[in-house]
Design a protein around this ligand. Sequence first.
Ligand SMILES: CC(C)(COP(=O)(O)OP(=O)(O)OC[C@H]1O[C@@H](n2cnc3c(N)ncnc32)[C@H](O)[C@@H]1OP(=O)(O)O)[C@@H](O)C(=O)NCCC(=O)NCCS
Length: 235
Amino acid sequence: MNKQLYVWHNGKPVKAIIRNYSERDFDGLMDAQKLSFPPPFPEELLWNKEQLVEHVSRFREGALCAEVDGRIVGSMTGLIVDMGEYGHEHSWESVTDNGYIRNHRPDGNTLYVVDICVIPEYRKTGLGKWLMQSMYETAVQLRLERLLGGGRMPGYRAKSLEATPQQYVEKVLAGEWTDPVISFLLRCGRVPVGIAQNYLEDEESLHHAVIMEWRNPFRNQLSTNQTINQQAESE
Ligand SMILES: CC(C)(COP(=O)(O)OP(=O)(O)OC[C@H]1O[C@@H](n2cnc3c(N)ncnc32)[C@H](O)[C@@H]1OP(=O)(O)O)[C@@H](O)C(=O)NCCC(=O)NCCS
């Protein structure tokens, strides 16, 4: 993956690059994480070098960064899993191997998102969506069935006396409330398929996450056609 594009920053177009990250980017990636996930997000959940080494050596295609003027301003990381091994009530720790992705399975069916972030200075410029779009393209290129991941719901704590997690998500889906992450993911084309409790140590979300998917439209078509062909053959 390597693409150049323009995003609007402070009202002006600026050149950005979305590409796979490598070892020389590690310091920039760790800086971007610190700026993107301030306290109360636990510091021990930010990338360390050992995790980044695993990402680039096990699944380089799923290791993406956004660069502006030579600076890393965002990143997104994934791994491939067979979701049959996990189920809806999974945790971030179990599916991502605590961010080390040593459970990456090239023969799996699902591109699972470990993390996405954009530093505050470059938020709302479209870079988060471009990172997501680039990961969709990676899923298509690798002929995977879908992309899946747990979206934090950091607006939930403030509303937790008024709503259960399910009611909170319903209100976000109805457009009555906005959540900084779930509303973003909806705008990226992700669709909720369930809510996981105890997904990640994340006080703002009261440790919940909305499991949200994006299905590879070409794979769906393929499997529908295959089903039709299979039906035709058996008739
Ligand atoms: C979530 C995050 C990656 C979004 O990145 P971003 O670059 O600001 O998002 P974009 O500019 O690409 O926005 C894409 C769309 O989402 C919307 N959006 C972005 N942030 C939003 C917010 N806080 N509330 C509501 N909508 C939002 C944008 O308006 C845009 O809508 P459009 O496509 O209709 O124009 C970024 O806010 C972030 O890094 N947050 C902290 C880290 C985090 O919690 N990551 C999620 C881990 S699960």
